[in-house]
Design a protein around this ligand. Structure first.
Ligand SMILES: Cc1cc2nc3c(=O)[nH]c(=O)nc-3n(C[C@H](O)[C@H](O)[C@H](O)COP(=O)(O)OP(=O)(O)OC[C@H]3O[C@@H](n4cnc5c(N)ncnc54)[C@H](O)[C@@H]3O)c2cc1C
Length: 498
């Protein structure tokens, strides 16, 4: 193994949010870092698409809890606010229930009570109690989300015992919310956030009510230029610290000495390092980069046996004009919300009346389109790749259905106004973005695949390998992905004595 005690060297495979945050944290501690990325720009799913004069975020559009990234920037000697302008949204988003009513979700809790009263006056009286419990829950869970789960000893830490009453592992999110809200629509208003993890609130563990708590307590932000601007800022800061980026240079192979990884092979040859961080999609990286005989817990067969998150069908539309009455974020809940989720998670088929989400970013950020024009980002949660859905045959019909359903929120004339259009199906997530089964939120976040049961930050199957990103602990979603980088960087720094 090539070792340099003065300045250890780490290679990072992938320049997604997990890889970028790891690069910043390692470089801040004097580690020599090189990042290898298969695509031509940084950010992974948190990058952007350009179509003509229109610019779109590829994936994330909800930027939550910037405080965590601020800490990472600070460690790297930078200031997030100097690098990216963040706008706190109010309303945070519009919730459109097919069949009524429509709520504008706001962090002003007195106003939010009035919004919830449109569904149920009784439920509106419990909004503040729910928020109070969530704030308590987040404080209990915070230490658990910040620690690794590499050994059994990690389970006997006092922080975990203290968090247990908050976790309620037997309850789903929806069951848990019944303690506060009687109307299923109110429960959906405070639990649809499980979709950020690619899960239904009827299966998602109750601990994830903290997502809704995070929004109301700390805000929903739009970074000017889109979430991709955050990824670019991270790369900029990392470069200033000496991190070297190799774009369009995928890691093709790992170099092993027994179970220890000592470097990588790319089109430019062999690159040795003291440690490797894997940010590429976990399931894909295992099947592409690690020979099965070196694996026991995460062999191809074991990985195939796991439960995966849903996928998404995406339309990115450049629009003539601006829909000024449509807020930045709108979430449309199908009248058959439960049936739609059953189609996604259990039946693995396409729904006739799917729920969807629209981002109308130009009402906040005109920089994304030419003057007098705007962008629409349309996301429909769908099953991950499955033999029941042949996207080659279905994509164009599903696109038409999606455009038809936009008339629900007043965009009946959208077809006449489309100037540019890009579509991404689960097949594209799989083939162009290298995401196993197109499951864009990684392994599902059920209790059996969390904490110790998720692929571990200090990867348990190989020596000298650390995981960062949505595939490892704590899970998918930008704040926790940045946290995964911090956990893994701290473990590696300890191991490398840097
Ligand atoms: C449509 C969509 C919407 C989302 N919305 C939100 C949201 O609103 N808010 C939120 O917080 N989260 C959201 N997420 C989830 C999550 O935050 C993002 O997917 C995030 O980008 C995942 O980060 P990551 O670091 O795990 O991996 P990625 O972003 O996928 O980065 C991994 C990188 O590894 C590279 N790579 C792969 N293989 C190799 C190889 N062999 N060699 C070198 N490089 C390689 C890839 O090209 C990629 O750049 C969304 C995701 C999607 C897809």
């Amino acid at each position: 193994m090539e070792s340099n005690k003065q300045q250890p060297k780490v290679i990072i495979a992938g320049a997604g949010p997990g890889g970028l945050a790891s690069a910043m944290l390692l470089a801040a501690k004097g580690v020599k870092v090189e990042v290898f990325e298969r695509l031509s720009r940084v950010g992974g799913r948190t990058s952007y698409l350009v179509d003509g004069d229109f610019k779109f975020d590829t994936g994330p559009t909800f930027f939550l809890y910037p405080q965590l990234l601020e800490e990472i920037f600070k460690e790297a000697g930078a200031n997030l606010a100097d690098e990216v302008e963040m706008v706190r949204l109010d309303p945070q988003y519009r919730l459109f229930f097919e069949g009524g009513p429509t709520l504008d979700a706001t962090p002003d809790l007195d106003q939010m009570e009035k919004e919830v009263a449109k569904i149920s006056v009784e439920d509106s009286k419990r909004v503040k109690d729910f928020m109070k419990e969530n704030a308590w829950k987040l404080e209990k869970l915070r230490p658990v989300l910040q620690q690794p789960f590499n050994n059994l000893s990690d389970f006997v830490k006092p922080s975990l015992f203290k968090a247990l009453p908050a976790v309620r592992p037997w309850a789903s999110l929806d069951q848990d919310l019944k303690r506060f809200f009687k109307d299923p629509r109110t429960r959906l208003a405070f639990s649809f956030q499980s979709k950020y993890l690619g899960m239904s609130p009827y299966r998602c563990p109750s601990l994830f009510s903290i997502l809704s708590g995070l929004e109301y307590q700390y805000g929903v932000y739009h970074p000017i230029g889109g979430c991709a601007a955050v990824s670019e800022a991270m790369a900029r800061v990392a470069k200033r610290m000496g991190v070297k980026f190799h774009l369009e240079e995928p890691v093709d192979e790992l170099i092993f000495e027994g179970r220890r990884v000592t470097g990588i092979k790319t089109k430019t040859g062999e690159h040795k390092a003291d440690a490797l961080f894997i940010n590429a999609d976990f399931a894909r990286a295992m099947s592409r980069l690690v020979p099965d005989h070196l694996l026991s817990r995460w062999t191809k067969a074991e990985v195939d046996d796991k439960q995966f998150s849903c996928s998404t069908f995406m339309l990115y539309l450049g629009i003539d004009g601006i829909y000024k009455d449509l807020p930045h974020h709108t979430i449309v809940m199908s009248e058959d919300y439960q049936g739609n989720l059953d189609d996604i998670e259990n039946q693995h088929r396409l729904s006739d009346t799917p729920s969807y989400y629209v981002q109308n970013a130009c009402v906040t950020d005109p920089s994304l389109a030419p003057e007098g024009k705007s962008t629409l980002y349309i996301l429909l949660p769908v099953t991950h790749q499955h033999e029941n859905v042949n996207w080659e045959a279905e994509a164009s019909k599903f696109r038409d259905l999606a455009l038809d359903r936009l008339s629900l929120i007043g965009l009946g004339d959208v077809r006449e106004r489309i100037e540019s259009e890009t579509m991404i199906t689960p097949d594209d997530w799989d083939s162009k973005y290298e995401i196993h089964r197109g499951a864009v939120f990684n392994l599902a976040h059920n209790i059996g695949q969390l904490l110790h049961n998720r692929p571990r930050n200090r990867f348990e199957e190989l020596d000298g390998v650390y995981l960062t990103g949505g595939g490892t602990h704590p899970g998918s979603g930008l704040p926790v992905i940045y946290e995964s980088a911090r956990i893994s960087a701290n473990l590696a720094l300890r191991d490398l004595s840097a």
